[in-house]
Design a protein around this ligand. Structure first.
Ligand code: GDP
Ligand code: GDP
Length: 438
């Protein structure tokens, strides 16, 4: 599981700027979905060998009023509770103020590992100004400049190194090859625990006795029709004895961690509720993580034909970005439609790990271009020469040629469709990268 860093501090010290720095190394999709959570921002990040999740608590209006101040405290407390380490940001130029003191007191009491950072320290004499922050009682002060990117890489190391994290177990580094790690994700009450317990009670599904435990996570190994799986527990889901039960509080961080550690995510929606904002957030995180996904609309038994139609339409529009995922309508309670889910989950896993050879990719590419060539843009006509596979899980196809910066998104989607069809890729995101040689 990725470690979680929370960024706290009073308004205007540069928390959002630092958040953007820490998450910048990932794809731009992060930015596209950043606006989805209004109160707190969650993002994935990577610096050097460290991968992590960052929470920014800066999403509130700094207008001073009691209500807002209380809201800030609440945000800070929640983020701190979810974090492995806290980055406490102060303003190197403004010096210590009362609000900094309050936050420092809170952090000291919380007992969380904490790194004190004096931001906006660009161009300041080494060690001079930040020294006053020692009075906050949180030890060493690290000067950084979030907007100039100075000190940020070291900061990640300072924050994460003392946690002594085990080697991060990326799903593809899974020792037990061929075992599919499955996370069942979704809002509270959509029926996740009902579904899992129905599964685990089925005779076709052989649950192994010893659930393995990784850091903070419970993993249940089982086998179905000769295929090995591992169920990772998800936000709001915990194993209680032999059954899974929902816990009260939904945690975005736990959801993100489960998604990150899975090969395939089964996203469960509730037919009686339609597609809610929270569903869209979770879907956004899945897409951003690059994981494979299967969609299940549960409680299909509880809606009539009209509602079903509405629902299908709202899925098509609100979850259009997961169009590549198989969609199933199920009833966990009545045990309807559950069988076909497995085929889709396995298919999603296979698709994510699909191997595509350069000759085949290049042939498909040239056939596609012959069928429909990319549009000329002014003087430029993009010329595609060959393609190779740039990665797996999710698969990446790299296309080489000239003037490829003029290729439209619509044309990329056209190519994506051709590749998907040819390789029977269902349930996995597919990334297409264009490389122009000059
Ligand atoms: P937040 O309210 O704590 O999230 O703060 P923001 O990230 O929105 O930053 C507040 C202001 O400080 C903005 O005008 C930023 O451009 C500025 N700022 C952020 N980081 C730095 C920095 O490293 N140096 C300087 N000089 N300004 C910064
Ligand atoms: P979780 O919070 O996502 O784990 O949701 P639960 O499994 O606890 O289910 C929430 C509620 O939905 C419970 O009252 C279940 O009985 C009900 N429920 C679960 N699956 C179905 C279903 O297929 N049909 C109907 N009608 N209700 C269901």
């Amino acid at each position: 599981m990725k470690p979680v860093i929370a960024i706290v501090g009073r308004p205007n010290v540069g928390k959002s700027t630092l958040f953007n720095r820490l998450t910048k190394s990932r794809d731009a999709i992060v930015a596209d979905f950043a606006g989805l959570t209004r109160d707190r921002h969650y993002g994935n990040g990577r610096q050097g060998r460290y991968e992590y999740i960052v929470i920014d608590t800066g999403g509130f209006e700094p207008d001073a009023s009691d209500g807002i101040y209380r809201e800030m405290a609440r945000q800070t407390q929640q983020a701190v509770a979810e974090a492995d380490v806290v980055i406490f940001v102060v303003d190197a130029r403004a010096g210590v103020c009362a609000q900094d003191q309050d936050i420092a007191n809170y952090l000291r009491r919380s007992g969380r590992p904490c790194v004190l950072v004096a931001n906006k320290a660009e161009g300041m004499l080494e060690g001079a100004q930040p020294a006053q922050f020692y009075e906050l009682g949180l030890g060493t002060v690290y000067p950084v400049s979030a907007s100039h990117g100075q000190g940020v890489r070291d900061l990640v190391e300072v924050a994460l190194d003392p946690l002594h994290l085990p080697e991060q177990d990326a799903p593809d580094a899974n020792a037990d090859k061929g075992t599919i790690r499955l996370a069942v994700a979704g809002r509270p009450n959509v029926g996740k625990s009902t579904l899992i317990n129905t599964w685990l009670g089925e005779e076709r599904l052989v649950v192994f006795d010893m659930p393995g435990t990784t850091r903070d996570a419970i993993v249940v190994p089982f086998e179905r029709s000769g295929q090995r799986f591992e169920l990772v527990d998800t936000a709001g889901l915990r194993r209680k004895g032999k059954v899974f039960a929902a816990v009260e509080k939904f945690s975005v961080v736990k959801t993100l961690q489960a998604i990150e550690s899975a090969h395939v995510v089964l996203l469960v929606l509730d037919a009686t509720q339609g597609v809610t904002d929270q569903d869209a957030h979770i879907a956004g995180y899945i897409l951003e993580s690059g994981r494979s996904v299967t969609l299940a609309v549960n409680k299909w038994d509880a809606v009539d034909a009209y509602q079903r139609q509405l629902l299908q339409r709202s899925i098509e529009s609100r979850l259009a970005f997961l169009k590549f995922a198989a969609l199933h309508f199920i009833s966990a309670q009545k045990r309807q439609g559950l069988g076909p889910l497995w085929a889709s989950i396995v298919q999603a896993y296979r698709s994510a790990n699909c191997k595509m050879s350069t000759p085949v990719l290049t042939r498909l590419l040239l056939e596609a271009v012959q069928f429909q060539s990319p549009k000329r843009a002014g003087m430029f006509r993009p010329k595609m020469r060959y393609a190779h596979q740039g990665g797996m899980n999710p698969p990446v196809i790299v296309i080489h040629g000239n003037s490829l910066e003029h290729v439209t998104d619509a044309y990329k989607r056209f190519l994506e469709g051709r590749f998907r069809k040819a390789f029977d890729l269902e349930g996995t995101p597919l990334r297409i990268e264009l490389k122009t040689s000059h």
